[in-house]
Every structure is written in C-alpha cells, then in structure tokens.
Design a protein around this ligand. Structure first.
Ligand SMILES: [Zn+2]
Length: 243
C-alpha cells in the first residue's frame, strides 16, 4: 500500500505524498501499526555512554547476569516474560546487591518515573540526544528524581533492586535498556556502553545464545543481536532450536 521514495512515504493507492508523521497516523488508522517501519538509529562507532554502576565488574560487586538479545533463557521464557520483546531479552541484566547506587549512563532529561513501561517494582527513563533513551528497571525504591530533571553522566538516578521480591531474596539485578524510535524499539546496549564486556564475569541465566539450526551462526555474539520492535512478531520461534 505504501512505497518509499526520496521524498518520503507515498501511498501507492492514490499517489498521495505523506510525511512520516501523516504516514504513521494513516497506518495506525488503517490498523497497520505493526507494519510501521522503525526509525533507524545505528549504534555509534565508539561507545558514548558509561556504566550504570561505579567500579569494575567483579563477582562481589556487579556482573552480567543476562545479555541482551537471543539468549537461551529468553528463548525458554519467550511466551511468558519476553512476549512484548519479540521473544528476546530486550535489555542487559547486571547483578548487584540491593541498594547499590545506579548511575545515569549519559547526560539527559528524565522522561519517566514509574510510568507505564513498567519494570517492577520501580523504574526510570532518561532521554539523551539523538532520540536515544536509557531505561533503568527493577529499582528498589521510587527514584527521587522527577520528570524534566536534568542528569549528567554518572549522576545517581536510583538504587538497584530485585525483580522477584521486595526483600531482595529473589533475583537482585538492574535491567538496563537502550531504547530508540520514540521508546517503541530496544537496541543492544553493548556497543553503546564503554566497558570491557568480554571480560565481565557472567551469571547463570543468559550467558549463551539460542541457536536456530536453520541459520546457526545468526545472533551468536554479544555484539550481533537484533533490535526489538515492541509487540512485533516473535523473532525466535525456531522450528529446529538448539539446545
Ligand atoms: Zn532484564
């Protein structure tokens, strides 16, 4: 129904030129929301953000619990936990004791404090330049910041909590997302954040990636993982999965 020209989206049925905004509105009105193409935001050639925790990763401090993307854990839980994320883990999980200060990964403006994009029990979203957002999920307490507050890189935005129990006995960790496309897409945080990721100690759940035996080399590294369009079709309903 729509085709792309140098001038933008054109409705092939009428030849009508539409701006992206009008195209999105028309597509939404036609019930074609799932087919709206995402605005492309490419990862930077060099990381532009810092880590959300102070100090180097270690088993006593913070470590990687689950990578972003096509993890084996996400595959197993793709219908339960990750349905909205096309079956993928749409952030990176970093283990840390409850109460560990969580830092803004970059300069920006607070856009959401415990808003509709929930990551229980509390969360916060910061907008950075270029249409890029960071989401800090499973915070232990409601952040003291308010929508509209400016934060600098490294400023404390909250304290880390637990996704399972308020007493921090379940799964203490920070779920960190990088979103684009007006918060409708998530992208792999690894190329955005300055860290020695390959050397980070690993937790148990998401250290490996699920293999599609029809295409066994796809999405098998911490750098090569697809973007998620929230509520899009599952990407990993594999006919021949391994393991
Ligand atoms: Zn997570």
């Amino acid at each position: 129904m729509f085709r792309t020209t140098k001038r933008g989206k054109v409705c092939a049925c009428s030849g009508l030129f539409l701006s992206r905004r009008r195209f999105m509105a028309a597509a939404a009105a036609a019930g074609a929301v799932g087919f709206i193409p995402a605005e492309s935001v490419q990862p930077p050639p060099n990381p532009v953000f810092g880590l959300p925790f102070a100090g180097e990763p270690s088993l006593d401090g913070w470590s990687v619990k689950e990578w972003y993307g096509n993890t084996t854990f996400a595959y197993r839980m793709r219908q339960e936990f990750y349905r909205s994320g096309q079956g993928l883990h749409f952030g990176i999980d970093l283990t840390a004791h409850c109460g560990t200060p969580v830092l803004a990964i970059g300069e920006g403006v607070v856009r959401e404090v415990d808003g509709p994009r929930r990551a229980w029990p509390h969360h916060l979203i910061v907008e950075h330049t270029g249409g890029v957002y960071s989401l800090y999920g499973h915070l232990h307490e409601r952040s003291a910041l308010r929508v509209g507050d400016r934060v600098g890189r490294g400023d404390q935005v909250g304290v880390s909590g637990d996704s399972a129990t308020a007493q921090c006995e379940g799964s203490p960790h920070l779920h960190l997302e990088i979103r684009t496309n007006h918060l409708r897409s998530a992208t792999n945080p690894v190329p955005w954040i300055e860290a020695d990721w390959p050397a980070a100690p690993l937790g148990w759940t998401g250290a490996a990636f699920q293999v599609d035996l029809e295409n066994p080399t796809r999405w098998q590294s911490i750098y090569d993982q697809p973007d998620v369009q929230f509520w899009g079709a599952p990407l990993n309903d594999y006919a021949r999965p391994w393991p």
